[in-house]
Design a protein around this ligand. Sequence first.
Ligand SMILES: Nc1nc2c(ncn2[C@@H]2O[C@H](COP(=O)(O)OP(=O)(O)OP(=O)(O)O)[C@@H](O)[C@H]2O)c(=O)[nH]1
Length: 205
Amino acid sequence: MDEDILTTLKILIIGESGVGKSSLLLRFTDDNFDPEQTLTIGVDFKTKKLSVDGNNVKLAIWDTAGQERFRTLTPSYYRDAQGAILVFDVSSYSTFAKLETWLNELDTYSTKNNIVKMIVGNKIDVDNREVTREQAMAFARRHQTLYIEASAKTKHGVQSAFEELVHKIIQTPGLWESYNSDNIHVNGNKNHADQSGCASYCSLT
Ligand SMILES: Nc1nc2c(ncn2[C@@H]2O[C@H](COP(=O)(O)OP(=O)(O)OP(=O)(O)O)[C@@H](O)[C@H]2O)c(=O)[nH]1
């Protein structure tokens, strides 16, 4: 019910075309996968309620086009977002190499300087992996982001990616507004990243 909702969070999904952004969103919101997922033009938008550490939050998730020619109105995608999921394809080194550019775009357009960032290495179900988990973790550590490996196809890691991101956002002071601050639980689950000794990044799967 809406009166139970602690807050609404704006989450962005960014990354190169074809890495699986729309597929991750479809898996998360509808528990579905389309092997012939069509490319995104402009921006797609879905909402989903999620309970993390006893807090019910509503996520407004913006799935942006990876292809430059379909990216219009970029600054408005980024405005007021509390979280960003940066996706690359573990079977395509060039999509990993482009993460630096996506992080720069985030720094340029993000209006909240403590926005929580999570890198997702997607398509771990494939055989021809070009980026190792260690490479990705080292990159995440260097850029102080969370890291998780996932497959929109098999579901692996998808729910955890969104849960860990929301967990970190709720724990970040000043990043979100509470309509009912008496009901916040910030120390719910011992297994979460920053309670297990991973301060700024963590491998979660
Ligand atoms: N094997 C495998 N294929 C995937 C996975 N996730 C996505 N795909 C496929 O990869 C292709 C591209 O997926 P999309 O979700 O459209 O990628 P996107 O990042 O949203 O692409 P743009 O809309 O162009 O930015 C589709 O054929 C998907 O079915 C995955 O985890 N494993």
